[in-house]
Design a protein around this ligand. Structure first.
Ligand SMILES: [Zn+2]
Length: 303
């Protein structure tokens, strides 16, 4: 956990909670801080206006407010003050408490419209921005601003949702990532290279490639390689996978269909193609009709 989220009025759209968590974690990782959390409260325009007035004396609606728990010395950020982080340790969560973030989600959506990018991008950016305030960054002077922007850029890039930390990843970006993964394939025995790009429900993507073994049965396919990478990074629900080979199509083998079935979010889209072949899509239910999945195990247990 990186954020303790409160959304009493249910203002957050689907998937935004996971996005806020991921953006906050990306900010912490950019700073090199582990074992810390923040409270994020989602409010409407009126509420943030009242809070802005009572805490900062500014009678205006704003997008986000942050209230750091730690008083950082001048020119220092969280990574410079491990002792202060220790003092902020919260035994209830077993993490250091960095402070509170108050987010006006309607304003984020409106700003995204005005700036011509997605609401998801704006929400992630505001979360990361507020996290960096909790980590001791500010933008009062030009130099401070430059440092903070550089950190925000790093976090947005690490988030992996956006091309160049800016626009949302597209279908073409995922195809390119799958084709790029072909170069990582270790296939000295079959010489059949496969690359994959797996996309999670939160929009994060994970590359994979097949890697073979002198003991042939130890070989792992590109799809299962990508699923392994994603699962150990905390993702368990996937909406799409792109599977590239050098020419023609490499639809997933039986074992991989079964593994994808375990972690599917809805009816997963399976895309296959190559740098010289037109990409095609089939759904997982087409590739694995009447598949056996986690829900069947619990049904059996109940009798
Ligand atoms: Zn396979």
């Amino acid at each position: 956990m990186t954020v303790q989220l409160t959304d009493e009025k249910g203002l957050l759209p689907d998937g935004a909670g996971a996005l806020i968590e991921n953006a906050a974690r990306a900010a912490l990782e950019a700073e090199g801080i582990f074992g810390a959390y923040a409270c994020v409260t989602v409010v409407n325009g009126e509420e943030i206006r009242a809070l802005n007035k009572s805490t900062r004396g500014v009678d205006a609606e704003t997008d986000v407010l942050s209230f750091p728990q730690i008083r950082y010395p001048a020119q220092k950020t969280a990574r410079d003050v491990p002792q202060m982080l220790k003092k902020a340790y919260d035994p209830d969560f077993g993490l250091a408490f960095l402070g509170d973030i108050v987010l006006n989600i309607a304003r984020a959506e409106k700003q995204a419209d005005e700036l011509g990018h997605s609401a998801a991008r704006e929400t992630a950016y505001l979360t990361a921005h507020a996290m960096f305030h909790l980590l001791g960054y500010d933008h009062m002077t030009d130099e401070d601003k430059r440092l903070m922007r550089a950190m925000e850029k790093r976090a947005m890039k690490a988030l992996g949702l956006f091309k160049n930390g800016d626009r949302l990843m597209t279908h073409e970006d995922y195809i390119r990532l799958a084709e790029q993964a072909l170069d990582r394939s270790y296939s000295p025995y079959s010489h059949f290279r496969v690359g994959a790009c797996l996309v999670s429900e939160s929009g994060k993507c994970f590359q994979g490639a097949n890697f073979e073994n002198a003991s042939f049965g130890a070989t792992i396919c590109a799809e299962r390689c990508a699923v392994s990478c994603a699962v150990v990074q905390g993702e368990r629900r996937f909406t799409k996978i792109y599977i590239a080979c050098d020419s023609g199509y490499a639809w997933p083998c039986g074992i991989c269909r079964q593994v994808l079935n375990e972690f599917k979010a809805g009816d997963m889209e399976i895309w296959a193609g190559s740098p010289v072949t037109e990409w095609k899509m089939l759904t997982l239910s087409q590739l694995l009709p009447e598949g056996f999945g986690p829900e069947d195990v619990s049904r059996t247990a109940e009798g």
